[in-house]
Design a protein around this ligand. Structure first.
Ligand SMILES: NC(=O)c1ccc[n+]([C@@H]2O[C@H](COP(=O)([O-])OP(=O)(O)OC[C@H]3O[C@@H](n4cnc5c(N)ncnc54)[C@H](O)[C@@H]3O)[C@@H](O)[C@H]2O)c1
Length: 324
């Protein structure tokens, strides 16, 4: 299948492009490089440098590469920035998604896979979180993703589109080629690995949560397992929007991430304990029953050690990230 990946120069998108090519699909990247990396791109994969809000450019790309499906991953992801600049977030994430929708409708593309997030749930009412749990985002980032889900929920049946929204939990890990290097980095695993690399202390926000060791719990999913969820979603044919959580169903605490990193890297880590940050959830863990039952998804790299080890290998091979 000819597949356009918006945001394909980013962390998760670049791995999806790798996996699409490996599975025999023909990926094309569409990215403005506002955050992505040129060196994450594979030389043999075409790249259109454009903003997703430029609908005409998108339509031209869809037509010239005879695209059959779009994996729509482009978006701004920094939660803190979404709180201070909600206008930018809605403009980019919702406005950009409207442009993608207009472009696929005008060019006859019938399949769309959308990157959503566990942030649509906000503070979970119970664990594990199922797709039917209350949707109460606590920041504009989560709200922007929920708005797009809702738009697709109306547009898909109206236009006979096969839409799949994947609510990722915490993406992590790496392939030998592509790893996690956001700017600024706000995600725990790359921050802990950077601390190990630079022999610096790890900052832990909140050590008095009602969890086994007092630190917050998250569901980390290997980026290659995330990629496989997208490939399975591409095989869907029914019209309408279907929503799936993508998480392993196992939660790990910040403390467990630090201890596993110490084992993987062989470096003891000093801890800088700080108070809880407003807006941080105590624990988020996915129920992945729906995606396992309906799409046959199964994580292959579900354990924390494998996830951190793959990220550490990438860190050591790329000590300056994508800069060299
Ligand atoms: N990383 C996670 O743990 C996580 C969790 C849940 C959901 N997601 C979602 O997955 C997607 C990818 O996340 P990521 O971690 O790879 O982020 P990333 O920042 O590495 O990648 C996002 C890509 O989108 C591109 N982009 C942003 N705005 C654009 C625009 N207007 N036009 C064209 N390109 C644009 C950026 O240049 C970048 O390459 C995002 O939509 C994010 O919300 C990520």
């Amino acid at each position: 299948m000819q597949v356009l990946v918006t945001g394909g120069a980013g962390f998760i998108g670049s791995v999806i492009v790798e996996e699409l090519a490996r599975a025999g699909h023909t990926p094309v990247v569409y990215d403005s490089l506002v955050k992505g990396h040129v060196s994450a791109l594979q030389p043999d994969v075409p790249m259109v440098n454009g903003d997703m809000r430029d609908t005409d450019r998108l339509k031209a790309a869809l037509r010239s590469y005879e695209i059959e499906a779009v994996i729509h991953m482009a978006g701004l992801i920094e939660v803190g920035l979404s709180v201070t600049n909600p206008d930018r977030f809605f403009e980019n994430n919702v406005g950009g998604s409207m442009s993608v929708l207009r472009a696929i409708l005008d060019t006859g593309v019938k399949k769309l896979v959308f990157s959503s997030t566990a942030a649509v749930y906000g503070d979970p009412v119970s664990l594990p979180i199922t797709e039917d749990a209350p949707l109460q985002p606590t920041n504009p980032y989560g709200e922007s993703k929920l708005m797009v889900e809702r738009i697709l929920g109306w547009a898909a049946p109206a236009h006979g589109l096969t839409c799949t929204a994947l609510r990722y939990f915490n993406a992590a890990g790496a392939t030998s080629r592509n790893g996690e290097m956001h700017d600024p980095e706000t995600h725990l695993i790359p921050l802990v690995l950077k601390a190990a690399q630079d022999d610096q202390a790890v900052t832990i926000f909140g050590t008095d949560y009602p969890t086994n060791d007092g630190t917050a719990v998250r569901d980390y999913v290997h980026v290659m397992d995330l990629a496989s969820a997208h490939l399975l979603a591409l095989a869907r044919v029914e019209a309408g929007l279907r929503i799936y959580n993508v998480g392993t169903g196992t939660g790990y605490s910040v403390q467990q991430v630090v201890e596993t990193t110490e084992r993987v890297t062989g470096k003891p880590l000093a801890i800088d304990k700080r108070p809880r940050r407003p807006g941080d959830q105590v624990a988020t863990v996915a129920s992945s029953d729906r995606i396992r039952a309906e799409l046959g998804w199964k994580p292959r790299f579900g354990d924390l050690h494998s996830i951190i080890a793959s990220a550490w290998d990438w860190f050591r091979d790329h000590p300056h990230g994508y800069a060299g």
